[in-house]
Design a protein around this ligand. Structure first.
Ligand code: AMP
Length: 649
């Protein structure tokens, strides 16, 4: 299946769908004190239930630091989610997150069921993005959906690593909304575009200031970081928050704004206090005129009007960071006034997560804003213009393909070694996205395996007998292949059917034997020209596939490869059009879904074969149901590397 970006493009019926949510909610005595994040995740979950997916939810909660901490269990979230959805969300209590309990719970799921896994940060691998936990998570799922914007700026197993090991990834509605609003605001804003930055430190917002100065018409700076700017310009700031290491930087930014014609608004007055406390004495002074022993803890009334006026005429406003120490009522006025100005303007208003989002919600202005981001750190990095790993992993993923060569009765052992040595460096960079397989004559297997060692090339055989051993002169047994190091075996190629009396029944016996011995079969099917002209192609292929898979388990089938090889296109130079090939490969996927389920159909690999060349491969491989190619003549030359290098999106 193709890697899609939006969940609207996918029918999830029957698919095990792992959804990374942001259920990092505040808890007090086991009770959720703010359920905004749960509510925000519902649209995606409802869409998946509606499609009949098997919905497997996961998230982190707090910082259990890699070990089970009962007070940070997601169990209360499952209870509340069940109430919000009006449907049971089964909690897969499991200290290993993907341990025996979780696996059993997933195996027992029916279409439309929802389960929640335990806190992903119970596992120490999670925050290190270690492959083993990513693979465990991926093993539960056919599809991965990332809907956790709040962690999108982190590269962890459950939001980034896992994407590598599933075939299809997408972003959920919540993530999509964040990308659209923040993306449009930053890259395609209606102007005038104003950014308001506050909070404590210049140092944590350097990249944001720098990036936004290239985009905005006006940059407003308030909060604790404004005092570094005031001092940089020669003002006195008493005991106010200041980062002396950033004085030059502050002046550079003021100069950059002037050079770019960006208006930079700094506070003109400030509320000062003789103590960092609610009981402090306070007064309002001009900016840059703060006496010793006093500190600035909020913007003053003139500044509030100045900032509010600027916002009035804006078409887009992005706000991140409070204007003062808003946690204390005495110093919350500036933040409140800015929130009110944003609530009153007709502009598109985007609130970066964290403190400013909390302030807006507390003041009851939440529904007056165009968009309140669910991610503090993530929205900040978005505003810095950085690529967020959580978004990139779910949207830029290249789909896995297989490029399998079938050398047929060509290449002596020494020629095999020579070609593999030539190919090795040419395909080295494709190990992440392509299964490179060379199916070689039996006598070439040993030297080919040796030559391919340490590279991403896998070696397979072109045929195998279905008996274990005995009086079958000239045949090769499965044990011989595995002992020689072969991993794959082509079964039922049309030439074997045509010249060596291979039937659907012998194909089935060989397929079962291959699985029994841990060999990965590449099972061939295809129609003759007469059958195509008679219009019975699909019926014929369905029958071949059904017989080939008799007795094959769902788990085995999910790991199998089917190669559709129209006999009329083999060795004739005739290539099926991409549409003809897609029609049959789609029909093959459907028959697998009928025999097993959507999950097996999504995971099985379906190749097109028949005069595939470097020039025909891109058109064929780009099709939805074609996962790569079984390549004859073109795999006998170094040019095969060009086919391997196809990038499927
Ligand atoms: P940040 O995490 O950098 O966005 O900063 C948010 C914090 O900045 C809040 O906890 C505010 O209390 C604090 N803050 C805002 N203005 C000031 C100020 N003038 N002096 C000290 N802290 C401030």
């Amino acid at each position: 299946m193709l890697n899609k970006v939006s969940i609207d493009d996918i029918n999830f019926k029957g698919l095990r769908t792992l959804v990374r949510c942001d259920f990092n909610v505040p808890l007090q005595d086991g009770k959720i004190t703010d359920e905004n994040r749960l509510v925000a995740s519902l649209p995606t979950i409802r869409k998946l239930i509606g499609d009949g997916a098997k919905v497997i939810l996961c998230s982190h909660l707090g910082k259990p630091k890699g070990e089970p901490k009962p007070e940070l269990s997601l169990a209360p979230v499952a209870v509340r989610l069940s109430e919000l959805l009006g449907q049971e969300v089964k909690f897969a209590a499991d200290p290993e997150v993907v341990g025996p309990n979780a696996k059993a719970a997933v195996a027992a799921m029916k279409d439309g069921d929802v389960i929640l896994l335990e806190n992903t940060r119970y596992r120490k691998e999670e925050t290190k993005n270690e492959d083993n936990f990513s693979k465990e998570l991926a093993s539960l799922a056919d599809i991965f959906v990332n809907d956790a914007f709040g962690t999108a700026h982190r590269a962890h197993c459950s939001n980034v690593g896992v994407a590598k090991y599933v075939k299809t990834t997408a972003v959920g509605y919540l993530m999509q909304k964040e990308i659209t609003f923040l993306g449009n605001a930053v890259n395609n804003p209606k102007r005038p575009f104003i950014a308001i930055l506050g909070g404590s430190k210049v140092s944590s917002k350097i990249s944001v200031i720098n990036n936004l100065l290239d985009k905005v018409d006006t940059l407003i700076i308030g909060g604790g970081m404004a005092y570094t700017f005031m001092k940089a310009q020669g003002g006195t700031i008493g005991n106010s928050l200041c980062e002396d290491d950033y004085l030059d930087y502050a002046n550079d930014m003021i100069k950059k704004a002037a050079d770019k014609g960006v208006k930079m608004l700094l506070p003109v007055d400030t509320v000062i206090a003789d103590d960092f406390s609610e009981n402090a004495n306070t007064k309002v002074v001009k900016a840059g005129q703060i006496p010793d022993g006093w500190q600035g803890l909020d913007i003053g009334p003139e500044t509030c009007s100045l900032f509010a006026d600027a916002v009035k005429n804006a078409k887009t406003v992005v706000w991140n960071g409070p204007m003062g120490v808003f946690e204390m009522k005495k110093f919350a006025k500036g933040t409140e006034e800015v929130a009110r100005a944003l609530a009153d303007t007709d502009a598109v208003t985007i609130i970066g997560g964290g403190d400013s989002a909390a302030a807006v919600n507390q003041l009851g202005y939440g529904d007056k804003m165009t968009h309140i981001s669910t991610g503090g750190g993530a929205s900040l990095e978005f505003l810095e213009g950085k690529e967020l790993p959580g978004i990139a992993a779910a949207t830029d993923k290249k789909r896995h393909i297989m490029a399998a060569g079938n050398w047929k009765m060509n290449m002596t052992p020494s020629q095999a070694v020579e070609l593999i040595n030539t190919l090795k460096p040419l395909v080295a960079d494709k190990s992440d996205t392509t299964d490179v397989v060379l199916c070689v004559p039996a006598i070439d297997i040993l030297p080919a395996v040796e030559a391919a060692k340490g590279s991403c090339i896998h070696i397979g055989a072109e045929n195998m007998y279905f008996e274990e051993k005995g009086a079958y002169t000239g045949e090769i047994s499965p044990d011989m292949l595995t002992d020689a190091g072969a991993e794959y075996v082509i079964i039922g190629h049309s030439e074997r059917r045509q010249y060596f009396a291979e039937t659907d029944e012998t194909v089935n016996k060989k397929v079962l034997k291959a699985f029994e011995h841990g060999l990965k079969p590449i099972i061939c099917c295809g129609e003759t020209l007469t059958q195509r002209e008679q219009g019975i192609t699909i019926d014929w292929i369905r029958q071949q596939v059904k017989i080939a898979f008799l007795g094959v388990t769902a788990e085995q089938a999910a790991s199998a490869t089917i190669a559709y090889e129209p006999i009329w296109a083999i060795g004739t130079g005739k290539v099926a059009t991409a549409e003809q090939a897609e029609e049959v490969c789609g029909a093959i996927r459907n028959v697998i879904a009928e025999i097993y389920d959507a999950s097996v159909a999504a995971n099985i690999t379906i190749l097109y074969g028949g005069s595939v060349s470097a020039s025909s491969a891109p058109g064929l491989f780009a099709m939805e149901d074609i996962d790569g190619g079984l390549v004859g003549g073109a795999s006998l030359k170094p040019d095969f590397a060009k086919i391997v290098k196809f990038d499927k999106q």
